[in-house]
Design a protein around this ligand. Structure first.
Ligand SMILES: [Mg+2]
Length: 377
């Protein structure tokens, strides 16, 4: 079997100039083979940048477009191809966007291999250890604190027993945040797990420590990204002194970057995004490191049903894969791109046993939102 094309697909719902905060753009790849098998992958990143990384003509041996790197190769050689992509894009890659693009391709290669061998991806990953994964719902709180009661009631009715909030106005004003949390905790009751995501807005250790102490009364499950990911010393001190579990890492890529982050900051939880960290292949290595540092892995996931399907297959295969993020985005790309999405059942997502990612794409929706961009045009 040979790879005959790597199709880089950029989807976008809002007009240009409008932000895509809620999964309203997406980057997909389809890896085509000479047998007719097609692998699907995605990355939650900047689609135009990733499209360029796939399609760019080669400059020299360490600045090659990923499509050129893969053409003619056997898609079943997943590890070898991962290293080839990494090495041959290393001048513009090694971290960040190039690894995001490699992540999408890696997921597509696992999709192909799984279909080729006729077994689920979780079988190729060593075997399924669970049939269902508890899901937590992520939402952006309403600006007016009182409006969050109705929102939370709706989420509880959907079956969630674990929630996380962040984004919007949250994080900028401690008094406002306190009021939001008071409403959310009162509505949710004491039995629901609550976490907050600061998206680095607490800026320095001293400030963050004070806010952690103020939030302690709400009994938080974790506090996510209180400080920038590169503030290793601040994060480490917070992990040691805050009394609440600290999490982070959704923007990091490669086992190298995660290893340093884990060693230096000692987080309780890391949150690699399977579509950014290096794909299924790399998140397995990241998990191995995490287990040696008493660090839980609760993946980030806030994009389409492709990300969800890949994340479920990975979590199904690891002993600690007991919690998954479940986006509350209302974007058509989140809701409708995959026509047979994994859904919530009694607060859990169930693990599928079909070969491949087991998803079908809405090709009409892809045509509707596809952005055509040709290099050099
Ligand atoms: Mg986050």
């Amino acid at each position: 079997m040979k790879i005959i094309d790597v199709e880089a697909i950029w989807l976008r719902v809002p007009s240009f100039g409008e932000p895509c905060e809620w999964g309203e753009d997406a980057f997909l790849v389809k890896v085509h083979t000479d047998t007719g098998l097609i692998g699907i992958g995605e990355s939650d990143s900047a689609p135009a940048v990733l499209k360029a990384l796939v399609e760019t003509p080669s400059s020299h041996s360490t600045s090659r477009g990923l499509r050129e790197v893969l053409l003619g190769e056997n898609p079943l050689d997943i590890d070898r191809l991962w290293r080839k992509m990494y090495d041959e894009s290393s001048y513009m890659g090694r971290r960040g966007a190039a690894i995001h693009a490699i992540s999408a391709i890696d997921i597509a290669l696992w999709d192909i291999a799984s279909q080729h061998y006729g077994v689920p991806i979780h079988t190729l990953l060593g075997g399924k250890v669970r049939d269902g994964i508890a899901a937590y719902g992520t939402f952006i709180p309403k600006d007016s604190p009182g409006d969050n009661a109705k929102l939370v009631e709706g989420l509880l009715q959907s079956g969630f027993t674990s929630l996380k909030l962040g984004g919007g106005l949250f994080g900028a004003d401690p008094d406002h945040d306190h009021e939001v949390m008071r409403v959310v905790r009162e509505t949710a009751g004491d039995d629901v797990d609550l976490a907050i995501d600061l998206v680095y807005q607490w800026k320095n250790y001293r400030y963050a420590k004070t806010q952690c102490e103020r939030m302690a009364q709400f009994g938080l499950n974790w506090i996510e990204e209180p400080l920038p990911s590169d503030d290793h010393q601040g994060l480490r001190r917070l992990a040691e002194t805050s009394g609440t579990r600290i999490s982070g890492g959704e923007g990091l890529s490669t086992v190298a970057e995660f290893s340093e982050f884990i060693r230096e900051t000692r987080p309780d939880i890391i949150q690699p995004d399977i579509t950014r960290c290096g794909g299924i292949s790399e998140i397995r290595k990241i998990h191995d490191v995490a287990t040696r540092y008493s660090t839980e892995l609760v993946p980030h996931g806030f994009s389409t049903g492709i990300l969800m399907a890949a994340t479920v297959q990975f979590l199904a295969s690891i002993p600690g894969g007991e919690l998954i993020e479940f986006s509350q985005s209302t974007s058509p790309l989140s809701l409708d791109l995959v026509t047979n999405p994994i859904t919530l059942e009694n607060g859990k997502v169930m693990v599928r046993d079909a070969p491949g990612l087991g998803i079908e794409l809405d090709e009409e929706l892809i045509s509707k939102y596809r952005v055509e961009m040709t290099l050099g045009a």
